[in-house]
Design a protein around this ligand. Structure first.
Ligand SMILES: [Fe+2]
Length: 245
């Protein structure tokens, strides 16, 4: 019967979608776990999705160059800068704890490596991408008034960052959520502001090929690729982990 074939087809497609989403979630957890446990020499983590997975919000060529050239360049430069130094036995978060004392080449490239890994870990394909859960929405409403206000303030944080940098959503030590813009490759860990749960790279290399100088349009499109399931996982782990001192 045709309706049975149709039903089974839909059911199989739904199961495959769920399995694919679970595999992606696992890969995204893995790259962050990997980068948090590594010491010199660091390696470029596998991108958890294909270059074209973020289309049309973020184009394939941008993802390719961003990952295989820019992110890789931070890893290579970090390994070179750390070689033979007293910091070569440090994990990245240990380097961030003493960021003020680090030579610029180590500080900038360690941030560049971690920030990009974090960015890949919290974005995903816009196809069948669910929005924030009821729990996440309630928390955003409590901290920012409404989901729309949160998005507007996050966008403002990134658009008004002068030059190159990042927009972050962080969990502060008191459990509240806050927005933060970092310059160059600083991040909430180097600045001891809390645990990051979402990041948007606002360096021009993250959007210029498609959006030219229109950072605001890139940030509007960014909402289509935010992996809210991953953000919530990070939120849950952040509130159960020690905060930076
Ligand atoms: Fe970048």
């Amino acid at each position: 019967m045709n309706w049975r074939k149709g039903f089974y087809g839909v059911a199989v497609a739904a199961v495959l979608t769920i399995i694919t989403a679970m595999q992606l979630q696992s890969k995204q957890q893995t790259i962050l776990t990997q980068v948090n446990s590594e010491k010199w020499p660091f390696s470029l983590p596998a991108l958890p999705f294909s270059y074209d997975a973020l289309e049309p919000a973020i184009d394939a060529k941008t993802v390719d160059i961003h990952y295989s050239r820019h992110h890789k360049a931070y890893v290579d430069a970090l390994n070179k800068a750390l070689a033979g130094t007293k910091w070569s036995g440090y994990r990245l978060e240990e380097l961030f704890a003493v960021a003020d004392t680090l030579p610029p080449a180590i500080r900038n490239n360690s941030g560049g490596h971690w920030n990009h890994t974090f960015y890949w870990n919290c974005i995903r394909s816009p196809m069948a991408n669910p929005g924030p859960s009821k729990k996440m929405l309630t928390l955003l409403e409590k901290n920012f008034g409404s989901f729309e206000e949160f998005k507007a303030k996050f966008k403002e944080t990134g658009v008004t960052e002068f030059g190159s940098g990042w927009a972050w959503l962080v969990v502060k030590p008191d459990g509240s959520l806050a927005l933060y813009a970092s310059n160059d490759q600083a991040n909430p860990l180097t600045e001891k502001l809390g645990k990051p749960i979402l990041a948007c790279d606002v360096w021009e290399h993250a959007y210029y090929l498609k959006y030219l100088n229109r950072r605001d349009e890139y940030m509007d499109a960014f909402w289509n690729v935010v992996n809210w399931q991953r953000v919530e996982e990070l939120l849950d782990s952040a509130v159960s982990l020690p905060q930076p001192k």
